[in-house]
Design a protein around this ligand. Structure first.
Ligand SMILES: Nc1ncnc2c1ncn2[C@@H]1O[C@H](COP(=O)(O)OP(=O)(O)O)[C@@H](O)[C@H]1O
Ligand SMILES: [Mg+2]
Length: 328
């Protein structure tokens, strides 16, 4: 392929590591073919030394069976999204890449007597990617994702909750996985209740002690919608606290481009960014999907501005109602 074409492909692959490497390899091959061995060798050296050098992924972990009766509150989730499906703030991208690298070099790090960061707390308003990110992170790590529903664990098993917690942690010690405690708020809420719920408090405290002591084979991730008012007794138990915020206009624009990537439009959705201020990703997603569905039902091969606006109006109404219902 002509050098100009390869350069274009290289630039177009910016940000996609696999594609970038594939084109870079092609460029090196071409140079080798042209007998420019010195240049080819030095290009390969730069490529291998670069930050994107791929570490061989760890093998997929075999799955051990659930401990008895834990099926009610632990669920194995099959990943359905990949990293192209998520918009992450640059800070979070950096954190996740560094966690991945740490995990890939776990053995070397442990041999030097150091631990790796493996207990993570995801904070932020609903619909901003905590669950989605846990799924994609697990897929990137090639680890199975287990979701623990804390509200079910606590409310329906009050008498035997401590026993169940022990089972979960036994499981986490053996099964390399991402163990995801969704709705960790339930725990924080329970902790702030007192008196009559002293058993609950005891259970919550024993869960916190477990989190302290556990050395997970993989990662323990907890997600909470509480952003500021989280009890320090809870967050200090985590190696990393990661915030998932509502998108700013730049991130919302990226999200819109991603969602409308494969459809034709008769308008520029980015002209509505101001109207979308304060929306979560999940809310933006509903607007986009609703507009696309209208175009499918009406058998149009493009999404029209009026459909987008209708979806936006619906979402606004929904937001107004649900905001009013949420206690302050
Ligand atoms: N950062 C994001 N990037 C892309 N899509 C997102 C993002 N956050 C949320 N979504 C969309 O909203 C849906 C719900 O998000 P979720 O991860 O369940 O939010 P949370 O767990 O923070 O409440 C996702 O399945 C996805 O479609
Ligand atoms: Mg969630």
């Amino acid at each position: 392929m002509a050098r100009g074409e390869l350069m274009k492909k290289l630039l177009a692959s910016y940000g996609r590591e696999e594609d970038f490497r594939a084109v870079a390899e092609q460029i090196i091959d071409e140079e080798e073919k042209k007998n420019n061995r010195v240049l080819a060798r030095s290009l390969r050296k730069s490529l291998d030394a670069g930050p994107s050098r791929r570490v061989k992924p760890k093998a997929l972990a075999p799955l051990i069976p659930f401990p008895e009766a834990a099926g009610d509150f632990i669920e194995l989730i099959e990943p359905t999204h990949n990293k192209q499906a998520i918009i992450l703030a640059p800070d979070n991208v950096r954190i996740f890449l560094s966690l991945l690298r740490e995990y890939q070099h776990e053995d070397e790090i442990r041999r030097r007597g150091l631990g790796i960061r493996s207990k993570l707390l995801f904070c932020g308003p609903p619909g901003c990617g905590k669950t989605l990110c846990a799924e994609i992170f697990a897929a990137e790590l090639r680890l199975p994702l287990y979701i623990v529903k804390i509200d079910r664990l606590i409310s329906s098993y009050l008498g035997e909750t401590a026993n169940n917690i022990r089972k979960i942690f036994e499981f986490a010690r053996k099964q390399p996985s991402v163990l995801f405690f969704d709705e960790f708020d339930a725990l924080a809420r329970a902790r702030s209740e007192d008196g009559e719920h002293s058993e609950l408090r005891r259970v919550v405290n024993s869960l916190l002690i477990f989190i302290d002591r556990i050395q997970p084979k993989g990662f323990l991730v907890a997600a909470t919608n509480f952003d500021q008012s989280l009890d320090p007794a809870i967050w200090r138990r985590f190696d990393e606290v990661i915030w998932f915020d509502r998108p700013n206009r730049r991130m919302a624009a990226r999200f819109l481009r991603m969602k409308f990537k494969n459809v034709s439009l008769n308008f520029n959705p980015e002209t509505y960014l101001q109207e979308l201020d304060g929306f979560s990703y999940a809310e933006l997603e509903r607007v986009c999907v609703q507009a696309i569905k209208t175009s499918i039902i009406d058998r149009k091969n493009l999404v029209e501005e009026k459909d987008f606006l209708a979806a936006l109006t619906d979402e606004r109404r929904r937001r107004r109602r649900s905001l009013r219902m949420t206690p302050a």
